[in-house]
Design a protein. Structure first.
Length: 205
C-alpha cells in the first residue's frame, strides 16, 4: 500500500498505541495532534447533536483512518466527533508535523488520505440517508449486520441501551423492535447479548 521509503518513515516517526475495548480514543473538544492508522481492531465514530444525543457515523477498521481527524489535525480545530474502541485496538499515531510533508513526498500517502476522505464521506452520506429515508427497523437491521461483519461474529454483546444510543432513539423502542425480530425467528435475545440466526442474512444488503 505504501512505498518502502514511506514505510521506513512511518516506522521511525509514528508511535504504536494499544487501546482497550470501550475506551475513548478521541473525545469532543479535544485538540487532535496526531492522525491514527488502525493496525487491528475496530473503532466507532460518534457525533453529538445540540440536545446531547449521539449517533453512530461510521466504523474504522484495520488499515484505515478517520477523515474527520485530518481536518482537525491539520487546522488544529477541536474535535467534533468521539472515537471509541469497539474492540481492543492497536494503531499507529502519525504526528501532525509530517502529514503535510508526506502529502508532497509520497503519492501513496496522498492516495491514502484522499481515499479515506472519500470512503468516510460516502459512509456519512449513507448514515444521513438512513436517518432521513429509512424506517428505524431498517436502520436497526443494517446496524446489527454491520456489528456482525465488523466483529466477525453472529453473537453480539450489546445491550438495548447501547443500540438505542448508537441509533439516537429510546431503549423502549429498540426493545420492541428486537422482540419483533425475535418473533420473526431472525435472532435470539439474551441478557446483553443478541444471537443472529441463519435466517438473518448478514452479508445481504
Amino acid at each position: 500500500m505504501f512505498e518502502p521509503k514511506l514505510l521506513e518513515e512511518i516506522e521511525e516517526k509514528a508511535t504504536e498505541v494499544t487501546v482497550n475495548a470501550e475506551n475513548i480514543i478521541l473525545d469532543y473538544g479535544q485538540i487532535v495532534r496526531s492522525m491514527p492508522i488502525i493496525v487491528s481492531g475496530t473503532v466507532k465514530v460518534m457525533r453529538m447533536d445540540e440536545e446531547g444525543r449521539e449517533i453512530l457515523l461510521y466504523y474504522i477498521n484495520s488499515k484505515e483512518s478517520c477523515a474527520m481527524t485530518f481536518t482537525c489535525c491539520m487546522e488544529q480545530f477541536p474535535s467534533e466527533i468521539k472515537a471509541v474502541a469497539e474492540s481492543s485496538v492497536t494503531m499507529l499515531t502519525v504526528p501532525i508535523e509530517v502529514m503535510d510533508e508526506w502529502l508532497v513526498k509520497f503519492r501513496s500517502w496522498k492516495r491514502f488520505v484522499m481515499g479515506t476522505i472519500r470512503d468516510r464521506f460516502n459512509e456519512m452520506l449513507q448514515t444521513i440517508d438512513q436517518v432521513a429515508f429509512q424506517k428505524l427497523d431498517e436502520r436497526l437491521i443494517y446496524y446489527l449486520k454491520q456489528k456482525a461483519i465488523h466483529g466477525e461474529s453472529r453473537l453480539l454483546r450489546l445491550s438495548h441501551e447501547q443500540i438505542a444510543n448508537d441509533l439516537a432513539t429510546s431503549r423502549v423502542v429498540i426493545s420492541r423492535l428486537l422482540k419483533k425480530l425475535e418473533n420473526d425467528k431472525l435472532l435470539l435475545l439474551y441478557r446483553n447479548e443478541i444471537k443472529l440466526l441463519s435466517a438473518f442474512k448478514v452479508n445481504e444488503k
